[in-house]
Write a protein that binds this ligand. Structure first.
Ligand SMILES: Nc1ncnc2c1ncn2[C@@H]1O[C@H](COP(=O)(O)OP(=O)(O)O)[C@@H](O)[C@H]1O
Ligand SMILES: [Mg+2]
Length: 206
């Protein structure tokens, strides 16, 4: 994927988030404060307005700009968390005009480390990490049998979806959903859901 395609894909992610806005907000209404869709859509709308200025830039600069924009325009915890994820990925891609499957997996790896650090969180706490970590693990495993990005991404998307289902079975111990304790059981995590939307969009872009 070259830098132009990365820009196109980011635009597509913004469109997907916008389409899922009400659903994400509905999910956050149940276990949080009902703003996840609104937060994400606002952030990606601002990102979209910056895309023209990023034409011709390297992928590192593009991803870092996306991250900084999310951090500065999204009020909720998802802004700093997704923002950190994109900024870390940007650092990993500094100066590169092309991104291959291995680059993508490295980006997701550092993104996860960024979210863990910034969120003081780990797998099994009913957060976006419960979709991100299984997705990365599944994609790494898939690369042992295939070097086709679409096939590998499909394995990641399937694992992310299973991760979203898993979030229904656990109690939140991080973020606003942790305030309601056991009442978060049975409900899926909005952030794990939005991450799955993002990964699906990347998969469709290939
Ligand atoms: N400490 C954390 N680590 C990882 N992810 C988190 C953490 N806190 C919250 N999240 C994610 O953020 C999502 C909520 O985002 P959002 O509603 O936009 O922000 P807020 O919780 O501030 O209202 C959750 O569904 C969860 O996936
Ligand atoms: Mg919220």
């Amino acid at each position: 994927m070259d830098s132009n395609k990365v820009l196109e894909t980011i635009k597509a992610i913004g469109d997907k988030i916008d389409a899922e806005k009400d659903y994400l907000t509905e999910l956050d209404n149940i276990i949080g404060d009902g703003d996840h869709g609104i937060n994400m859509a606002r952030g990606f709308q601002m990102v979209e307005s910056k895309l023209p200025s990023l034409e011709g830039k390297d992928i590192g600069t593009i991803l870092k700009t996306v991250g900084m924009t999310l951090v500065s325009t999204v009020g909720g915890s998802s802004g700093p968390l997704y923002g950190t994820a994109f900024m870390k990925a940007g650092m990993a891609m500094a100066g590169k005009m092309d991104m291959d499957l291995n680059d993508f997996l490295s980006c997701l790896d550092v993104a996860i480390e960024g979210v863990k650090m910034r969120g003081k969180s780990t797998q099994g706490e009913k957060t976006m990490l419960d979709a991100m970590i299984p997705a990365l693990d599944a994609m790494r495993t898939a690369t042992e049998n295939s070097s086709d990005s679409k096939t590998v991404l499909a394995a990641g998307i399937e694992a992310a979806k299973a991760g979203v289902e898993y979030t229904k079975t656990i109690i939140a111990t991080k973020g606003r959903a942790s305030y309601i304790g056991e009442r978060s059981l049975g409900h899926q995590d909005p952030g794990a859901t939005s991450f799955t939307d993002i990964l699906e969009t990347i998969g469709s872009a290939l």
